[in-house]
Design a protein around this ligand. Structure first.
Ligand code: ADP
Ligand code: MG
Length: 411
């Protein structure tokens, strides 16, 4: 079978970025108590970088000599990884930079990617500290998989790259309103959800999407793991090998067999809406103020409670929003909830989501579609849109998936 996964070289040189303010403000303590001993036991050499302010990591990664590093590891919430990914894609050498393996250790209050990586490993739901140990273990194994990135266009500013979610309405409001409960850790979303339920509102807008075809993700069917093959026979070795020469196996000798399977709908790309210098062109999206091609589906409803586009399995540590998502399925798992749902029914959906059972409830109001691109035009004058849990400009937004663009250490 094809080979689409590699291992980090041994010993690895990791840059470990820790945000001391993330989550309950305990990331450094968690690093000292759990991560540092684990990495030294496994013989993983790393350099600790403590972030000092917002955008510090983004600037650092944008300027860094990446040949010095085998991996960039983030210990924070999802917000810090969002900075790192966008920093990589802002570089003139983005094409190579974005292939730097990225690792995640949960240190924040929103640790959705860490929970997803843990989930992909086949393990079950655990507490935050157990999640940290699990992710630390997976990091030490150093298996590198592909990760989809989604390019996001807003009405002004350059493109953004997103690895986790695009949310509007209920979920976006909870995400941002719950920041004040950050000291509660992962429980912030539960508290935020209950508060928002009490003042449930309807959001008006127009939603359209380009459906994914079977071919877009068919090779992943039957096994969520068949894209995570090993690139060399040393892959399973956990033994520290400090003496071996440093070799960047991933960058030099491993190539994805996925790339040739990524399908374009057209042989001639549509007029690209790409604005930013960094990152691949968007071939599915017309400019945001242009009409959509005829193969897009326009959602009939214009009254929503939420729209949530997910590209990883977890929306939060205890919210399995897209149960069948894998890191590189090339699919945006799009959900929306129509207006008219009762508070009780909505609460039931969120409770069912803890185990990923919300789709099985057969709610009349919940709609799920696998898509490759989408466009949302909010009509409500006020509201919130988040990308990877970070608030972005409110207004029209469109997104397109770039399959397997980044690399993720999944263990
Ligand atoms: P959390 O899950 O707790 O929100 P995040 O990783 O999302 O954790 O981090 C939140 C924000 O903190 C990010 O936008 C990041 O830029 C910012 N940040 C990073 N380092 C610092 C720092 N030293 N002080 C304050 N904010 C920081
Ligand atoms: Mg955050």
């Amino acid at each position: 079978d094809g080979v689409s996964m590699s291992t980090l070289s041994r010993p690895s040189r990791m840059m470990l970025l820790v945000n001391p303010q993330s989550g309950k403000g305990q990331a450094l303590t968690l690093y000292n108590n759990h991560v540092q001993p684990m990495l030294s036991e496994a013989g993983v050499t790393h350099t600790l970088v403590i972030t000092e302010r917002q955008n510090h990591a983004r600037e650092l990664v944008k300027e860094a000599d990446l040949s010095q590093w085998d991996a960039l590891v983030i210990m924070s919430g999802d917000g810090l990884l969002f900075e790192v990914i966008n920093g990589l894609l802002e570089r003139p050498d983005w094409e190579e930079a974005v292939r730097t393996p990225l690792g995640i250790l949960p240190g924040g209050s929103g640790n959705a990617l860490a929970a997803s990586v843990h989930h992909y490993s086949g393990a079950s739901l655990v507490s935050t500290e157990e999640l940290l140990v699990s992710c630390g273990f997976l990091l030490c194994q150093g298996l590198v998989a592909h990760m989809d990135l989604i390019s996001i266009h807003l009405s002004s500013g350059p493109r953004l790259f997103s690895f986790l979610s695009l949310a509007w309405g209920f979920v976006a409001d909870v995400d941002i309103e719950s920041e004040k409960y950050r000291h509660a850790g992962a429980a912030r979303f539960t508290v935020g959800t209950l508060v928002r339920l009490a003042s449930l509102r309807i959001y008006k807008g127009k939603l359209a999407y380009l459906p994914a075809t079977e071919d877009d993700h068919s090779e992943d069917e039957g096994s969520g793991n068949n894209t995570t093959l090993r690139c060399n026979s040393q892959a399973s070795s956990l033994a520290p090998s400090r003496d071996s020469p440093c070799q960047n196996t991933f960058h030099n000798s491993c190539h994805s067999n996925n790339s040739h399977k990524v399908r374009r709908t057209d042989s001639t790309p549509r007029r690209s809406a790409s604005k930013a210098p960094g990152g691949p062109p968007d071939t599915l999206l017309p400019p945001l103020d242009h009409p959509l091609p005829s193969d897009w589906v326009v959602v009939q409803e214009e009254d929503f409670v939420l729209m949530l586009a997910m590209y990883q399995s977890h929306l939060a540590e205890d919210l399995l929003a897209a149960p069948d998502a894998t890191s590189d399925d090339g699919v945006i798992h799009m959900f929306y909830i129509r207006a008219g749902i009762s508070r009780t029914a909505l609460l039931k959906l969120f409770l069912a989501m803890e185990k990923g059972e919300h789709l099985a409830t057969n709610s009349q109001h919940l709609v799920h579609a696998k898509v490759r691109a989408l466009r949302l035009e909010p009509h409500s004058p006020k509201g919130m849109i988040t990308v990877d849990g970070e608030v972005v400009e409110y207004g029209p937004v469109q997104a397109e998936v770039h399959r397997g663009l980044a690399r993720l250490i999944t263990g």
